[in-house]
Design a binder for this molecule. Structure first.
Ligand code: SAH
Length: 355
C-alpha cells in the first residue's frame, strides 16, 4: 500500500466515502503521488500504449485532416494549434512534420498544450520545444484565436461519477472503508437532476456515468470554435450514451483492481460521446465515426503501402503491417475507439467526418 492509500483511508475515516470522481482525481492528479503527476505511463515499458505510439500514420492522418480543415476555412492566421493531454508529444510531433509543407500553416500556428502533469510537460518540452509551445492547466486560458484542436485518449482520464438506477432515483457508487480497507459502496437512492434524461433509456439496476469536467471542457471548446472558428478532433474509447461499469484500472498492460494501489495504476472510464456532443453547443458536433473507418477515409492504407515499399522484408516491416491492422481492424482498436469532430455552424465538418 502506498502513502496515497494511507491518506485516502484517513480522509474517508474523517469525512466519509468519496465519489468515484473524487477518488480518480486523488489517484491521478495528487501533487505528490498522483499517477499522471509523477510519471510517463506510456509505451511498451509503461502501463498502456496509445495510437500515436503505435504508428506515425495516426498523427499523419489527423495532421492532414486538420490542415485541410484549416485550408477549407480560408487559412486563418494566426491560429491556435492545440492539444489536450499530449502525453509524450508524439501525436503533435507527427502532426507538425506532416503539415510542414502546407503553405502558411507553420507560419500561422501558435502551439498550445493543455497538460497537468509536470513529468509529461518535461517530455513534451524536449519533443516539441522547437515549435515554442505554451502550456495550460486547462482550456479556459487558450488564446482567442481560430482553434484547431486534437485530443486522443484525453477524455477517458477525466473523473466520472457512477450511479445505479433505483426506482426513479439513483444510488451513487462510492469508495468507503470496510474493516479499514478501501471498498466500493452505494449511497441511498436520491434524485439526480443531471440524470433526468437517462430515466427514459435505463432500467432498474443499470449503471450510468456522468463526467462533469468533460462537459465543461467541450462546452468551452464549442464556444471558442463558434466565436473564432476552427475544429476539434476528439478520439477515444467510448459509446453513445450507454450503460454499464466501465471504470477500470490498468497497470503494465493488464486490468487490475482500481482500489488496490492508488496512484500506481491508470484509472479510466469509457467516454460518453453523446454528452460531449450535447455540451458543445453553440458549435456543432458530428456523428461518431469508428477510428478504423476514419483512418481509412483519411487514406491510411495508401500511406501504409507507401511506407512499406521503402522497408526491407523483416521484423520492421512486419511490425509496420501489424500497426496498420491494430489501428484500423474492428477486432483491435478500429471500432472500440471512436472519433467526433466539433465545428462551427455553416462550415463543413473536417475531412473524414459526416454530420
Ligand atoms: N494523447 C496522448 C496521451 C494520452 S494519456 C497519447 O495519445 O499518447 C492522457 C494525457 O492526458 C496525459 O498527457 C495526461 O497527463 C493528461 N491529462 C490527464 N488528465 C488531465 C487533466 N485533467 N488535465 C490536463 N491533462 C490531463
Amino acid at each position: 500500500m502506498t502513502a496515497l492509500a494511507d491518506r485516502l483511508r484517513a480522509r474517508i475515516a474523517a469525512t466519509g466515502p468519496l465519489s468515484i470522481a473524487e477518488f480518480m482525481v486523488e489517484c491521478l492528479l495528487d501533487p505528490r503521488d498522483g499517477y499522471y503527476t509523477t510519471r510517463d505511463p506510456l509505451g511498451a515499458a509503461g502501463d498502456f500504449v496509445t495510437a500515436p505510439e503505435i504508428s506515425q500514420m495516426f498523427g499523419e492522418c489527423l495532421g492532414l485532416a486538420l490542415a485541410q480543415a484549416w485550408l477549407d476555412r480560408g487559412a486563418p492566421a494566426p491560429f491556435a494549434l492545440a492539444e489536450l493531454g499530449p502525453g509524450r508529444g508524439t501525436l503533435m510531433a507527427d502532426i507538425l512534420r506532416t503539415t510542414a509543407r502546407v503553405p502558411g500553416f507553420h507560419a500561422g500556428l501558435r502551439l498550445h498544450l493543455v497538460e497537468v502533469s509536470p513529468a509529461l510537460r518535461a517530455v513534451q518540452a524536449k519533443r516539441l520545444g522547437d515549435a515554442d509551445p505554451t502550456w495550460h492547466a486547462d482550456v479556459t486560458t487558450l488564446p482567442d484565436l481560430p482553434l484547431f484542436l486534437v485530443a486522443n485518449e484525453f477524455f477517458d482520464a477525466l473523473p466520472v461519477r457512477q450511479f445505479l438506477r433505483a426506482g426513479a432515483g439513483w444510488r451513487e457508487r462510492v469508495v468507503g472503508l470496510v474493516e479499514g480497507r478501501l471498498s466500493f459502496g452505494l449511497t441511498d437512492a436520491a434524485p439526480v437532476a443531471a440524470l433526468a434524461p437517462r430515466l427514459s433509456d435505463t432500467a432498474e439496476g443499470d449503471m450510468v456515468a456522468l463526467c462533469p469536467s468533460a462537459a465543461a471542457i467541450t462546452g468551452e471548446i464549442g464556444q471558442r470554435i463558434a466565436a473564432a472558428g476552427g475544429v476539434a478532433l476528439i478520439v477515444d474509447y467510448g459509446d453513445w450514451g450507454g450503460t454499464g461499469d466501465t471504470f477500470q484500472a490498468v497497470q503494465a498492460h493488464r486490468k487490475v483492481d482500481p482500489l488496490a494501489c492508488p496512484g500506481e495504476a491508470d484509472l479510466t472510464a469509457h467516454v460518453d460521446f453523446s454528452a460531449l456532443a450535447a455540451a458543445a453547443a453553440p458549435a456543432l458536433a458530428t456523428r461518431p465515426v469508428p477510428q478504423g473507418v476514419l483512418l481509412e477515409r483519411l487514406g491510411i492504407t495508401a500511406r501504409a503501402q507507401a511506407l512499406a515499399r521503402g522497408m526491407e522484408a523483416g521484423p520492421g516491416r512486419d511490425a509496420h503491417i501489424a500497426a496498420h491492422r491494430r489501428l484500423t481492424h474492428p477486432d483491435e482498436m478500429g471500432s472500440l475507439f471512436q472519433a467526433i469532430a466539433l465545428h462551427s455552424r455553416g462550415t463543413p465538418p473536417p475531412p473524414g467526418f459526416d454530420t
